[in-house]
Design a protein around this ligand. Structure first.
Ligand SMILES: O=C(O)CCC(=O)C(=O)O
Length: 275
């Protein structure tokens, strides 16, 4: 009798954040999370990213959003059998990091594979430049600020591949402008030069595969261009507090055509609870 092939889902371990990491995040607005994901999970994610985007990180459709930071590829999010358990584990950590009263959960906001393309290669895709200094908050078009991004390395990454740097403490300075509001070649630091001294940049960091950083939507952050000869592979998972609402401004990350001003970003609008 022919044997039925069974595909075993890889074990996906995503650890919880520690008390120390929570304290660092609350104080500084970001935290380094060594070995957040186990090797099996990272291997499976890296393989999925390459299957969708090619080894050169350019095999997917050209993204409609023209930003130089990275070439993005969205996934099926929490509905995906491999990604779902990891995203929910991240949601549980986000709940501790967002530090709200116990009843306020965490909503999925999005996740993307992010291939920062080498500057040295010709490409039709956006994503072969530096990530100029910005905050995420205004671009997310949400009415409150507990959101955050988990930035997870899918292989060992050296700073010259364009890894993350954070202006520690800048999350306490309020909203510092929309990332698209700066003229070509300028960024948040041109409008707020005092930031470099008041909140010195930490990084860019070296990440091992599975290491992550998490940063608040209010954190001023940046990454250099990718000066290596291969893509910089990362997976980004974004969360918001469960009670978050749409401000009515046009966001880049989600379709608001069927939404009303101050509508909750809820399960119906594709933002399920994950923590
Ligand atoms: O990966 C990058 O270069 C930029 C990522 C970023 O801006 C973010 O995670 O908010």
């Amino acid at each position: 009798m022919p044997r039925t092939a069974t595909t075993k889902a890889p074990s996906v371990r995503c650890r919880d954040v520690t008390a120390r990491e929570v304290c660092h995040y609350i104080e500084q607005g970001w935290a380094f999370l060594p070995r957040l994901l186990c090797a099996e999970a990272v291997g499976a994610l890296r393989a999925m990213a390459c299957a969708r985007m090619g080894e050169d990180g350019q095999g997917n459709a050209v993204a409609p959003i023209d930003q130089p930071f990275f070439n993005p590829e969205a996934t099926e999010g929490p509905d995906h059998p491999l990604l779902g358990p990891i995203i929910r584990a991240i949601g549980a950590s986000a709940r501790r990091l967002q530090d709200r009263r116990p009843g306020v959960g965490v909503r999925y906001f999005g996740d993307v594979f992010a291939a920062k393309l080498p500057t040295a290669r010709e490409t039709r895709h956006p994503g072969a430049g530096a990530t100029y200094c910005h905050q995420d908050f205004t671009n997310w078009a949400v009415d409150r600020s507990g959101g955050m991004t988990f930035w997870i390395a899918l292989e060992d990454l050296a700073p010259e591949s364009g890894t993350m740097a954070f202006h520690s403490g800048s999350h306490r300075l309020g909203a510092l402008g929309h990332y698209d509001a700066y003229e070509e070649g300028r960024d948040l630091l041109d409008d707020y030069p005092e930031l470099a001294e008041r909140c010195p940049a930490q990084g860019p960091f070296a990440y091992r595969a599975g290491d992550a950083t998490v940063h608040s939507v209010m954190m001023a952050h940046s990454a250099g261009a990718n000066l290596t000869d291969r893509p910089r592979w990362a997976w980004l998972v974004m969360t918001n507090p469960a009670d978050v609402r749409w401000t009515g401004a046009p966001p880049q990350a989600y379709d608001t055509s069927a939404m009303r001003h101050l509508q909750r970003l809820d399960d119906e609008t594709r933002f399920p609870l994950i923590g």
